[in-house]
Design a protein around this ligand. Structure first.
Ligand code: 5AD
Ligand code: SF4
Length: 375
């Protein structure tokens, strides 16, 4: 089958995905990216939605082998931003017409943390007269915790599966981190009515193109609403990095694979939200812009107060650590305009997929999923 035909099919098969992941010629890749951009423009618009990212704590009880803020990394200065500073960042986002926020931190499950997050969600809702959408990215939690935060006003949750291949997941984590529990958390979030986002790292040691294709099919099969996936980037103070040769060619490969994954996911799931993740920019100064051109439609500008940014480095060469939120705003606007996308200021930018999914479930009469207001 020729490339044009393959790219315009209604259903892309596993073997087509594998073939496309292996494309090498730049002119064919450009065709793939153009096809994915067209699908994005048709289904979610030639737009970019913003989620202001507040990385409010780098305390983490986990020890993922790849991550720079893992519990056993003693070289990190630990912080939790005060309520006052978090609310100031949220107010800044609101005043600058960012439609929504992401609250992210390492994983903690104690009562104090759960209460703190609940209180912050309520206060952000209040200070923005309910206008700011809130996405959480706070790891694995009990179902009742997810429920409490949902009731407080959060309506989207990001929890990456990291790799949908159980065997690889286990190689990347200590034994007590459970793949099954991660999957169960994703199911619980869905049942509670959240818009659910997940994602994987791309180019992990031991990961093949076939594994990545299975990741794409996993998102489809789970009927995920949003995906944030990006290249695996070494962090020198982690066990995984110590096992790898630091070759530049690996960076280039991971960047290329990531852009292909984004384009293929857009073809496979036209109506979901796909993020152009910051890790792309760690490998290429214009990595995120390339992702927008390949079908991504969400960007998460970092609005964490500047003084904490250096200590929230999950991987090496994280960009924007010296900038303030206002610097990032001006810089990003110019970058996005260069692609030809429009920034959808003041909108929550929920994924159309979510509404179709809950509608479908409702008519099937099998769910207690609640609707969430959109703008
Ligand atoms: N490279 C790329 N992504 C990473 N993450 C953590 N460490 C790294 C790394 N070294 C990602 C994980 C996690 C998310 C918050 O950050 O996918 O889910
Ligand atoms: Fe903690 Fe998340 Fe890093 Fe794992 S990836 S160590 S859970 S912050």
């Amino acid at each position: 089958m020729n490339l044009e035909k393959m790219l315009s099919q209604k259903e892309i098969t596993r073997s087509d995905l594998t073939y496309l992941m292996k494309l090498k010629s730049q002119s064919k890749l450009d065709k793939l990216y153009r096809a994915a951009y067209k699908v994005k423009a048709e289904h979610v618009g030639p737009k970019v939605y913003y989620r202001g990212l507040i990385e409010f704590s780098n305390q983490c009880q986990k020890n993922c082998f790849y991550c720079g803020i893992r519990k056993d990394n003693q070289q990190v200065q630990r912080f939790t931003i005060s309520e006052k500073e978090i609310l100031a960042a949220a107010r800044w986002a609101h005043e600058n017409n960012y439609g929504s926020l992401v609250l992210q931190s390492g994983e903690l499950q104690n009562e104090e943390f759960i209460d703190f997050v609940e209180k912050i969600i309520k206060k952000i809702k209040k200070l923005s007269q309910n206008e700011l959408g809130i996405t959480l990215s706070l790891g694995e939690q009990k179902k009742e915790t997810y429920q409490r935060w949902f009731a407080a006003g959060a309506h989207r949750y990001l929890l990456r599966i990291e790799s949908s291949k159980q065997e690889l997941y286990q190689q990347l984590h200590p034994e007590e981190h459970s793949f099954k529990r991660r999957l169960q958390c994703l199911k619980n979030l869905k049942e509670l009515g959240y818009q659910v986002g997940s994602g994987v790292m791309i180019g992990l040691p031991g990961q093949s193109i076939e594994d990545l294709v299975e990741d794409l099919l996993f998102f489809k099969q789970f009927s995920i609403d949003m995906v944030g996936m990006g290249p695996y980037v070494l962090h020198p103070h982690t066990p995984l990095a110590r096992s790898i040769d630091k070759e530049d060619s690996l960076k280039q490969r991971n960047l290329k694979w990531s852009l292909k994954m984004i384009a293929l996911l857009r073809l496979l799931m036209p109506d979901i939200n796909i993020a152009a993740t910051t890790a792309l920019q760690a490998l290429d100064p214009v990595g995120r812009e390339k992702a927008l051109q390949a079908g991504a439609n969400v960007i998460m500008p970092i609005i964490t107060p500047q003084k904490y940014r250096l200590d929230y480095q999950l991987y090496e060469d994280k960009p924007c650590v010296d900038e303030k939120a206002s610097d990032c705003k001006d810089c990003l606007e110019a970058r996005i305009n260069s692609v030809g996308d429009e920034i959808a200021y003041g909108e929550w930018g929920d994924s159309p997929h979510y509404f179709k999914r809950i509608q479908h479930k409702r008519t099937g009469g099998t769910t207690n999923a609640k609707d969430t207001p959109s703008q």
